[in-house]
Design a protein around this ligand. Structure first.
Ligand code: SF4
Length: 447
């Protein structure tokens, strides 16, 4: 190999785009396995990576049977980065044992730290950044979700510059798919017998602001409904509070197929902290929005997330958040401790909060929410509830696991369904709620 090329390779990390990777056309028909880390948006990227590999003649196999192992990484917060690094090390270990031939690192960690990773992990064969969202065409995908539900990513990245978040830096410019492209994918999913679609993005409420120059999620939903025959549930995940419109709330309230489930990460409630977070909404703005949603969708389930310990957060700000959670009684809540991310505005802010205080605030908030969640679940006792069956409970006859329209896959509670009749994944069944726990419900199927 000539010295120039050698220099080039050693100097420049082996970063390739998914395009490069697929066009390499070497060793057609390899066994490829993939480990997906992080959020549902990453899962859709993994499905697209596998879809193109399959189209290029590779066989998609379980990671234990793979020649080429891909890990699609997450780099959102410290914890996620650690999990990604651990997985890379595991794959390198398998390669050193000769169990796999190539290790490919994809996703947000590779996008964000390509140079550092290449210097650190010489055993890795390629680093693939995060794929560009194809606005027009329906991506070839190998679906990694069970047959009866799917995630549909309608846009990538976001306009918002929340001070604690590195995602816009990782994912680049905000980008929406065309309505035609989304409808084409949903028609395909409907024909495949999918029953539930989860609409995702970093900020789905900004959908269309780039290509249609206006917030177009409500318009998109109105176009989706008529093309759904098998699909019974359309769930919206990752709405940005400052971008929720009255039109969107009306469509959610009036369209039966749209789950009465609102995933609305608020992150905080105290004005000085919302300002520090650059969330583009105030305490009063948040309260008004929640009042509107509760009024128009009274039976709706509100999911949200909060970050405790952002720089500048003091006991008074935290008390305000705790009292807010007690008064709103959210149905579903996730709480994170602030994670210092280099390159974000909050990283250099003064008054960084000690880890032990962050942890204490997280525990207090989660304990309070656990009590609220129990009382929320108990309100379902004796009520009729339509359940989508996900699977049969292992080793227990006549018991199945499912979800109501108030439970998103993988993040919310489970519903245990006792049934005299055999049920299959993807079946909808009417049930009566017989028992309630903090996060899960027990029901009896009624035929
Ligand atoms: S809305 Fe804020 S937190 Fe969410 S991806 Fe965008 S910048 Fe990050």
């Amino acid at each position: 190999m000539n010295t120039q090329l050698k220099d080039k390779i050693t100097k420049e990390p082996r970063i390739r785009t998914t395009q490069d990777f697929h066009e390499q056309r070497v060793n057609q028909g390899r066994n490829v396995g993939l480990i997906n880390l992080g959020c549902a948006r990453n899962l859709v990227d993994s499905q697209a990576i596998l879809g193109r590999l399959k189209k290029n003649g590779h066989r998609i196999v379980d990671i234990n049977k793979a020649d080429i192992a891909i890990v699609n990484t997450c780099a959102f917060i410290e914890e996620a980065k650690k999990e990604s690094i651990d997985t890379i090390l595991d794959l390198i270990e398998l390669k050193n044992q000769g169990k796999i031939k190539k290790v490919i690192v994809a996703g947000c960690l590779a996008q964000r730290y390509a140079k550092e990773l290449a210097a650190e992990f010489k055993e890795v064969d390629a680093f693939i950044g995060t794929p560009q969202l194809d606005k027009e065409r329906v991506p070839e995908q190998v679906y990694l979700t069970p047959q009866h539900y799917a995630y549909v990513k309608i846009c990538e990245s976001c306009f918002n510059q929340c001070s604690f978040c590195a995602i816009p830096k990782i994912k680049g410019k905000f980008s929406s798919r065309t309505i035609e492209s989304v409808l084409a994918e949903i028609k395909q999913l409907d024909e495949r017998g999918v029953k539930e679609i989860n609409i995702i993005g970093q900020d789905i409420t900004a959908y269309g602001m780039d290509i249609y120059r206006e917030k177009s999620l409500a318009k998109l939903l109105k176009a989706i409904i008529p093309v759904t025959k098998n699909i019974q549930w359309i769930r919206l995940l990752y709405a940005f509070p400052a971008h929720v419109t009255d039109e969107l709330i009306d469509v959610m309230a009036n369209e039966e197929k749209i789950c009465k489930y609102i995933d609305l990460p608020l992150q905080h409630i105290s004005d000085p902290i919302l300002k520090n977070m650059n969330r583009g909404i105030t305490t009063q703005g948040t309260i008004d929005l929640l009042d509107k949603i509760r009024t128009k969708i009274p039976q709706g389930s509100l999911r949200t997330t909060f970050i405790v310990g952002l720089p500048g957060e003091n006991e008074k700000h935290f008390e305000e958040l705790l009292n807010f959670v007690k008064s709103v009684q959210f149905e579903r809540v996730g709480v994170f401790v602030y994670s210092k991310e280099e390159g974000t505005a909050a990283c250099d802010m003064p008054a960084q909060v000690l880890d032990k205080i962050k942890k204490k605030r997280l525990d207090i908030l989660m304990r309070e929410q656990q009590k609220i969640s129990k009382s929320v679940q108990e309100r379902f006792l004796g009520r009729r509830l339509k359940i989508l069956i996900d699977e049969k409970q292992r080793d227990t006859e006549g018991v199945y696991l499912g979800r109501s329209e108030y439970d998103a896959p993988e993040v919310d509670g489970l519903v245990y369904v006792h049934s005299q009749h055999k049920l299959n994944p993807g079946d909808f069944v009417d049930t009566i709620v017989t028992d309630a726990y903090e996060y899960d419900l027990v029901t009896e199927a009624v035929f």
